[in-house]
Write a protein that binds this ligand. Sequence first.
Ligand SMILES: [Mn+2]
Length: 284
Amino acid sequence: MLLYEGKDSFLEETVDFKKAKYVLLPVPMDITTTYLKGTKFGPRSIIEASRSLENYDVELDFDVRDIIYTSGELEIPPDAGEAVEVIKKTVSDVLMERKFPFMIGGEHTITYGASLAFDKDVVFVIFDAHADFKKNVLGSEINHASNSRLINKRNKVVLIGVRSLSKEDRRDLEKADVLTFYAHGPFLDKDVLKLKKATAGKKVYISIDMDVFDPSIAPGVGTPQPGGMLYIAVRHVIEEIAKDSKLVGFDVNEVRPLGENNITEILAAKLIMDIVALIEINKK
Ligand SMILES: [Mn+2]
């Protein structure tokens, strides 16, 4: 198991578990990915990238410091069903300690695992280029391309940034009444209002598949799709959600490191800091 301690931890911070408010769970699951492999190296690469960032966010005037404990990498069994159980159990343990869990992946299936540790009234806001609403992929129900469908069986799902799905998937989304914001154009104020109808006053979990972004700013993903969102837009949407709902967990997933070009990991690390800062600011 890979440990991230001291200089090797997220933001290079040694934070005592007891004192930490947030527990970062690196989840190197890469079992059911269908196109380009390599998301199992996402967590370590995001943590490495975080060490080049400042703790201070000038826009929010907030210092992300001494609040995040970096856990060792979860040991993921080779069977997807068992892997999901390990994730569910680990997230439950963090919640039992009354700490705020968040994960870095790893394939998107990790979100389904985490969802099983939360109550049924938690709304899952999922940023993803893909609807992930497939019924059965390669003979298995548990697959990163069926993540949203699986979560939607138990929890309300909202999708943002979708631009890759089949006609059948689209019909199924409509049938299942999944609020879906396609990536055809900018996210407008009227979209924010529509989104808030589903999230305001609710407990919310945010899941960010890095392929929601345009491949020009996040090329290091397993299944890139043209025409994605930009960073400022995603950050704005999250800011709006954080204002009037209670965030209970989040994850950043599907990072597939490319080596020299690590802008995807930098973006992932920055998003984590943004979300933590937004939660803390909105508590005040
Ligand atoms: Mn995706």
